[in-house]
Design a binder for this molecule. Structure first.
Ligand code: CP
Length: 317
């Protein structure tokens, strides 16, 4: 594997899951693989889990790691061609990327949707430029339209907790005060569509995702109906995708907050969220603190998904 931006890059999903479970049994069995290899992690946006879990995964493989927060201490980067650079951005991404590539063997990039230009976001302008100009294998640490390391960890977690071969997994929109990208729900949908689970998406009207990611999922506008018989509830907020509302917050309706009453409609479902989560907006204290909440093991599996991906990339160097 050279680059990792979506589920297809992983190849055979069952095999990748088996590799992940092997790594989880002994995460230090491949320490020679990353010896004298350097991972550069570039963040255009904030992070807790991705930063720590990916760095830990690289260290488990014997790699050296460097972290660059582009907006804290680095030169501000211009991303548009043709701009007369007489403003506050002294460096262009098209020089910065190949320079970064000189100092490392693998590059991880976090660059969220900016909601300034839908075409740029959905063409994955920033991570595509890293792939094109860095000369290094590049993996997504959440790009504009997908968060594949999160989705892989989510899938590992569902595989660990599922009680039936084909669980019912429900992804529900939930309210949030700010405008959030669609990367996590898009990606989760893409990965769920790559399994044979029963997969349902529920959200208020106006929050339809790109049909490319919805795939074969059943879309149910009645949240309570969607929850009936669910084995896993995956909560997430996202801003509107469809025009003319791209990037807009259309609703903050707390009737969509995941609470005990709604969880009672499920088949004693596990509650999942990628974190960070706003309590009593997305989910009530009672639900996230309940024994059915698996948000912490889900976050712990971020180390395993990152290590599986890094191992595959290292093996291809
Ligand atoms: N879930 C996730 O990616 O967390 P961070 O934004 O903290 O990295």
């Amino acid at each position: 594997m050279r680059h990792f931006t979506c589920v297809q890059d992983l190849g055979d999903l069952k095999q990748a899951l088996n590799e992940a479970f092997e790594i989880k049994k002994d995460r230090f069995q491949f320490t020679e693989l990353g010896k004298n290899k350097t991972l550069l992690m570039i963040f255009f946006n904030s992070s807790l889990r991705t930063r720590l879990s990916t760095q830990k995964a690289a260290m488990n493989l014997g790699m050296n790691t460097m972290v660059l927060d582009v907006n804290q201490g680095a030169w501000k980067l211009e991303t548009e061609r043709g701009v007369i650079m007489d403003g506050d951005k002294p460096e262009h991404l098209l020089e910065a990327i190949p320079v970064m590539g000189c100092y490392c063997d693998i590059i991880g990039v976090r660059s969220f949707a900016r909601f300034e230009n839908k075409e740029d976001d959905y063409n994955e302008k920033i991570i595509s430029e890293f792939i094109k100009y860095s000369g290094r294998p590049v993996f997504s640490m959440e790009a504009a339209t997908r968060h594949p390391l999160q989705s892989f960890a989510d899938l590992i977690t569902i595989e660990e907790y599922k009680k039936t071969a084909r669980p019912k997994v429900v992804m529900t929109w939930a309210p949030h005060p700010k405008s959030l990208p669609q990367a996590v729900p898009n990606s989760f949908a893409e990965w769920m569509n790559a399994t044979d689970y029963e997969f349902v998406i529920t959200h208020p009207e106006g929050y339809e995702l790109d049909p490319k990611f919805v795939g074969n999922a059943r879309v149910e506008y009645d949240q309570k109906k969607a929850f009936e018989g669910a084995d896993f509830i995956y909560a997430k907020n996202w801003a509107a995708y469809t025009d003319p509302n791209y990037g807009q917050v259309l609703s903050k309706d707390r009737a969509w907050t995941v609470d005990t009453e709604k969880m009672a409609l499920t088949n004693n479902a596990y509650f999942m969220h990628c974190l960070p989560v706003r309590r009593n907006m997305i989910v009530t204290d009672d639900v996230i603190e309940s024994p059915q909440s698996i948000v912490i093991p889900e976050a712990a599996n971020r180390e395993i998904s990152a290590q599986t991906v890094l191992k595959k990339i290292l093996m291809g160097l």
